[in-house]
Design a protein around this ligand. Structure first.
Ligand code: KG4
Ligand code: ZN
Length: 360
C-alpha cells in the first residue's frame, strides 16, 4: 500500500511517498536560511514558508515516485510534537487532499518517525535490516532527547528523557553563546573537531548520580556561559574549539552514561539512534563504542537525510499504523498536538482520535 506522508513540524517542509518500509521519494524544502537571520526558528516565519512550499513539495514527491493520487491508500501526517502553527499547515493540507482523493488519514507522532528512521529503505528495499525486538533507541533532536525501550513495532516506552533542554537545543544555545548562528549543532561539531585538547573544561554533568535515565543539559550550557564570560576576548578566540569540544563532550557523555545504565537494566537486541543530532560523527563513535561494549549492533539511519526532519520516516510509521487499522475516524476533527509525547501514542490514538479498523 502506497502512502503519501507529510511533515511540517518545524523548519523543514517535507513530503514523501512510501510503500511499507520502502521510500519511493522524499522531498525536503529546508527553511534554514529563512530563520538564520533571526538566530533560531520563528514559528510565524515557519508557517508562512510551509504554506508557500507545501503544494510544490507534495507535487514533486508524487512525481519523483511516479505515483498518481489514485494509487495511494492513505495520507500520513505529523500531528505533533512540534510548532503548533507549523503543524497546522501539514494537517490542513492532509485534510484537503484526503477529501479530494477520498483517502483515510493516518496521524503520526514525529518522534515515532525518528524512532523508525534507521529502518527506512530506499526504493529497492535496501538496506534490508530485520527489526529484531526489543531494541534500545536513543532519539536526539532539537526538541527532544529520549531513551526509548522499543518492545515491538508500535509498542515503545520512553524510559529516560531530558528534564530541561534537548541535546540539539543545548548545542544550538552553546553555539549562540560562542557567537554563531542557527543551527548550532553542525558548527559545534566542526569547531570541536579542531580542538587540540579533549574535554579541557570538563563541564559538570548534572543528574549523573540520579538512578533514573533522565538527563539535564541546561546546567552544562550555563557552565559554558560563565566560563566564556570569565575569559578575555583573546582567550575566547583562542579557546573556541576547546570550549565547543568540551560542551559537546559533556552533552554526549551524559547521554552515553544514561544509555549505558538503561542497557544494563534492559536486555535488548540492538541499540538504535535517530534525530538531527544523530548525524554527528563524535556521537556515532561514542554510541558504536557503547553498543560494542554491550555486544550489540548500533543501527543508525542509513541515509543522511533520515537524520534531519523528513516525511519518509513519517510514512514508514504510517504504514505500520495503517496495517494495524489505526486511521483517523473523524479526519475533519484532527487537530495538532504540539506537545504529543511518544508513549502516549497508542492511548491518544485510540481514545481521542477514535481510530477504527479500515472497512475498505
Ligand atoms: O531532528 P531535527 O532535524 O529537528 C527536530 O525535530 O528538532 O534536529 C535538529 C537539531 C538541531 O538542534 C541541530 O543543531 C542538530 O539537530 N544538529 C546537529 C548536527 N546537525 C544538526 N547536532 C550535532 N551535530 C550535527 N552535525
Ligand atoms: Zn525531528
Amino acid at each position: 500500500m502506497k502512502i503519501l506522508a507529510i511533515d511540517t513540524s518545524c523548519d523543514e517542509t517535507a513530503a514523501a511517498v512510501v510503500e511499507g518500509r520502502r521510500c519511493l521519494s522524499s522531498v525536503i524544502a529546508s527553511q534554514i536560511t529563512d530563520h538564520q537571520v533571526w538566530g533560531g526558528v520563528v514559528p510565524s516565519v515557519a508557517k508562512r514558508a510551509h504554506e508557500a512550499r507545501i503544494d510544490t513539495v507534495i507535487a514533486h514527491a508524487l512525481k519523483r515516485a511516479r505515483v498518481s493520487s489514485d494509487e495511494l491508500s492513505a495520507i500520513a501526517v505529523t500531528l505533533g510534537p512540534g510548532l503548533a502553527i507549523a503543524l497546522e499547515v501539514g494537517i490542513a493540507t492532509a485534510k484537503k487532499l484526503a477529501r479530494d482523493w477520498k483517502l483515510p488519514i493516518v496521524p503520526v507522532n514525529h518522534m515515532a518517525g525518528h524512532l523508525f528512521s534507521p529502518f527506512v529503505q530506499n526504493r529497492n528495499g535496501n538496506p534490508d535490516r530485520p527489526m529484531v525486538f526489543p531494541m534500545m533507541a536513543v532519539l536526539v533532536s532539537g526538541g527532544h532527547t529520549e531513551i526509548v525501550l522499543w518492545r515491538n513495532h508500535l509498542d515503545y516506552e520512553v524510559i529516560g528523557r531530558t528534564v530541561d533542554d534537548a541535546a540539539g537545543e543545548a548545542l544550538d544555545k552553546a553555539a549562540k553563546i560562542l557567537g554563531f548562528s542557527y543551527p548550532g549543532g553542525p558548527i559545534i561539531e566542526r569547531l570541536a573537531h579542531q580542538a587540540t585538547e579533549q574535554d579541557r573544561y570538563q563541564f559538570t554533568r548534572p543528574m549523573l548520580r540520579s538512578p533514573s535515565y533522565d538527563m539535564s543539559f541546561s546546567g552544562l550550557k550555563t557552565s559554558l556561559l560563565y566560563q566564556y564570560r570569565s575569559m578575555s576576548a583573546d582567550e575566547q578566540a583562542n579557546q573556541i574549539a576547546e570550549l565547543a569540544q568540551s560542551i559537546q563532550e559533556g552533552i554526549f557523555d551524559t547521554i552515553i552514561r544514561k544509555t549505558n545504565r538503561a542497557l544494563k537494566a534492559h536486555p535488548v537486541q540492538a541499540l538504535t539512534i535517530g534525530g538531527g543530532v544523530a548525524v554527528n560523527r563524535r556521537f556515532r563513535v561514542l554510541m558504536r563504542r557503547l553498543a560494542t561494549r554491550h555486544n550489540l549492533p548500533c543501527i543508525t539511519p542509513p541515509f543522511r537525510y533520515l537524520n534531519q526532519d523528513n516525511a519518509a520516516m513519517i510514512g514508514v510509521v504510517g504504514s505500520y499504523l495503517l496495517d494495524a487499522g489505526k486511521i483517523a475516524e473523524e479526519p475533519e476533527n484532527l487537530d495538532r498536538m504540539p506537545r504529543w509525547s511518544l508513549p502516549a501514542y497508542i492511548t491518544v490514538a485510540q481514545q481521542t482520535i477514535h481510530l477504527k479498523q479500515r472497512t475498505s
